[in-house]
Structures are given as structure tokens and as C-alpha cells.
Design a protein around this ligand. Structure first.
Ligand code: NAI
Length: 328
């Protein structure tokens, strides 16, 4: 039976992979993230299974290659954490889970928009404190608002369709436009027009060298005063320090983040008994109009089931030299 080292394992990962790969694989669950130090824990395995914050840069790939490992499966869609070109040069076979429930992420994005627009994060605490005053909770209707969607792939298009149902006017930017976009409420525009017109800007493009820090001082300066910014894609799309300045100057009135550039040191862990040294992250938490979730958008029962199932299918195909549609 093939042995698989699973890095960054959480209890829900081991449960799901054990279920979907029952009788097929010998799982070695490792709770730490993969890096140059932990790579040795893959010794004796036939493949490694990794997640969003595992490090698959050149030195880590060298370490895995030295252990004789040739197969890497990602139990996620994004692969900005993998040096794909170098992995291929070393002869690795790589596969990912390209499409697990885009609805999970799109619905989380909508949840963040509604939570911020109706100040539910504040209302929840108030009512628990027997404070039923509405002062300071004034919201705004989504109906009639202009929403900018950057990246209309699987998640962006699903988000655009949901927002159309709310009666929003949706402006989209994507170098590869999609024909399935609802034409009555959504249209493609140039990025500059999106920034100028949108009341809400939501990011759904991958993190690449071109999109790194696309939300920065210059792009924020083009946006409407009072804009809502939502990022459920990857933290590196945003220059967080510029966004903090945008919050202080009130250019940004609402910020919803499910991802954060330095999240690898924070997210997916219980740090409630620790002192968090990341001062940029701590500053973000001081704003009353900032909502942060810890890379949770994918986390639905439906998405987890698809991730487990497709990861096991990818492993089965790659380790048995069969065709795999999800190869990178
Ligand atoms: P996808 O590959 O289906 O779509 C990405 C779209 O972005 C494509 O249409 C592409 O043409 C477009 N794009 C590329 N560069 C662009 C640019 N410079 N400007 C505008 N558009 C650009 O990907 P999918 O499945 O929709 O996922 C989007 C992102 O969401 C992923 O890259 C991943 O980083 C993130 N994600 C986050 C999750 C979470 O739990 N928070 C879970 C799953 C994905």
C-alpha cells in the first residue's frame, strides 16, 4: 500500500482522507507545515499531500527529491506556494483540486459583505451584552450597489451571479472573459473603471507576480471614498500597510479578509494563549470596520468532501501511472 505524508494536518483532514482513501493508502499525518525542517518527516513515503501554507520552494523540493519522493498532491486550488517550474525540472508529478465547491468561497464572500454592511459583528456582541440600542448600526442596502469582481473564474462568476440576485450592478475584470456571465446585470470593464465605480471591490484572481500587491496606495487612490474591500483569494494580493492607511484616511469604510499575506504563521492554529508578534495584523484587529476570518471560506462539509475525494483520486492516478486531469 502506498504511504502518503500529509502536512499541515488538522483533525478534519485526517477524518476526510481516512474516509475517502479507506483501504488504499497508508497515511502519515503530520500536524506541522511542510518546510526545510519538517520535510524529513516525509522519509519513507511515496507522496506528500500539502495545503495552502505549506512551503514548496526550491530548497524544500530539493529535500523531498533527496528522499526519493516524486509525487505531490495539493488538497487546494491555489498553488502560489509551489515553485512549479522547478518541481517539474526535478521530475515531480503535481496535482491539485482545481474546483471544489466554488459556492463555498462565494457564499463566504457574500457572508462577509452582509456582515459588514449590516454590522452584524457588532450587533451580535451588543445583544449578548443586553444592549439593544441601534445607534451606530446603520447599514446600507446591497440592492442597487455597484460591485467590482476582479477575476471571474469559478469563484468570481459564482459570486457575480449571487450578487445579481441581490439586484447589484456587477462590473468585472478578467483577462479571459467568461461568456456565462449574466448579461443583464454584469459587464466587463477596464480595471480603472471598476476602481472608480465600485462601492464594493471583491478579489477572486490568483496570486501571481502580476497580481502581487495589486491593491496598493495607487489602486486605493482610484477607488471611491468609503469603499468596501473583500479578499477571499490570497493575502498577497493586498499591500496590507497601504490598506491600513486607507482605513485610517477613511478611503476604505469596510474591510473583509479571509486571507492575509503573513497568514502562514497564524492561521489554522489556536494561538489564544500566545502573544501575537505581528503588529500589522494586530493593527488590523483594532478597527471596528474590519472583519477577519482565518482562511475559512473553503470550509464547508460539501467542499471538504470534494477535496478528500479528488485528492484520493489524484493520488491513485499519479501513483499508478494513470492519466490525471488535475495535473499542474
Ligand atoms: P479560477 O482559476 O477558476 O479563476 C481565476 C480567474 O482569475 C481566471 O478567470 C483568471 O483569468 C483570472 N485572473 C488571472 N489574473 C487576473 C488579473 N490580473 N486580473 C483579473 N483576473 C485575473 O480560480 P477560482 O477557483 O475561482 O479561485 C480563485 C482564487 O480563490 C484562487 O486562486 C485561490 O487563491 C482562492 N481560493 C481561496 C479559498 C479560500 O478558502 N479563501 C478557497 C479556494 C480558492
Amino acid at each position: 500500500m502506498h504511504s502518503i505524508a500529509v502536512f499541515s494536518t488538522q483533525p478534519y483532514d485526517s477524518e476526510s482522507l481516512t474516509h475517502w482513501g479507506a483501504g488504499q493508502f497508508n497515511w502519515q499525518f503530520v500536524s506541522q507545515k511542510l518546510d526545510t525542517v519538517t520535510a524529513s518527516q516525509a522519509a519513507g513515503s511515496n507522496a506528500v499531500c500539502v495545503f495552502v501554507n505549506d512551503d514548496l520552494s526550491k530548497p524544500v523540493l530539493d529535500a523531498l527529491a533527496a528522499l526519493g519522493i516524486k509525487t505531490i498532491v495539493l488538497r487546494c486550488a491555489g498553488y502560489n506556494n509551489v515553485d512549479v517550474a522547478y518541481a517539474k525540472q526535478l521530475g515531480f508529478q503535481l496535482a491539485r483540486v482545481p474546483a471544489y465547491s466554488p459556492e463555498a468561497v462565494a457564499e463566504h464572500c457574500i457572508a462577509m459583505i452582509l456582515c459588514l454592511s449590516r454590522k452584524l459583528h457588532k450587533a451580535y456582541n451588543r445583544v449578548r451584552d443586553d444592549n439593544f440600542s441601534l445607534n451606530g448600526l446603520l447599514g446600507f442596502n446591497l440592492h442597487g450597489k455597484t460591485v467590482g469582481i476582479i477575476g471571474t473564474g469559478r469563484i468570481g462568476i459564482t459570486t457575480a451571479k449571487i450578487l445579481s440576485g441581490f439586484g447589484c450592478n456587477v462590473l468585472c475584470v478578467d483577462p479571459q472573459p467568461q461568456p456565462q456571465l449574466p448579461s443583464d446585470s454584469c459587464r466587463y470593464v477596464e480595471l480603472a473603471e471598476l476602481y472608480q465605480q465600485a462601492d464594493i471591490v471583491s478579489l477572486h484572481c490568483p496570486l501571481t507576480p502580476e497580481t502581487f500587491h495589486m491593491i496598493n496606495q495607487q489602486s486605493l487612490a482610484q477607488m471611491k471614498t468609503g469603499v468596501m474591500l473583500i479578499n477571499t483569494s490570497r493575502g498577497g494580493l493586498i499591500d496590507t500597510k497601504a490598506v491600513i492607511e486607507g482605513l485610517k484616511s477613511k478611503r476604505i469604510s469596510y474591510l473583509g479578509l479571509d486571507v492575509y499575506e503573513q497568514e502562514a504563521d497564524l492561521f489554522f492554529k489556536d494561538l489564544s494563549d500566545h502573544v501575537i508578534a505581528d503588529e500589522v495584523f494586530q493593527r488590523l484587529l483594532t478597527f471596528p470596520n474590519v472583519l477577519i476570518t482565518g482562511h475559512q471560506a473553503f470550509f464547508t462539509a460539501e467542499a471538504l468532501a470534494q477535496i478528500g475525494q479528488i485528492t484520493c483520486q489524484n493520488l491513485h492516478a499519479l501513483l499508478n501511472n494513470q492519466a490525471c486531469a488535475n495535473c499542474l
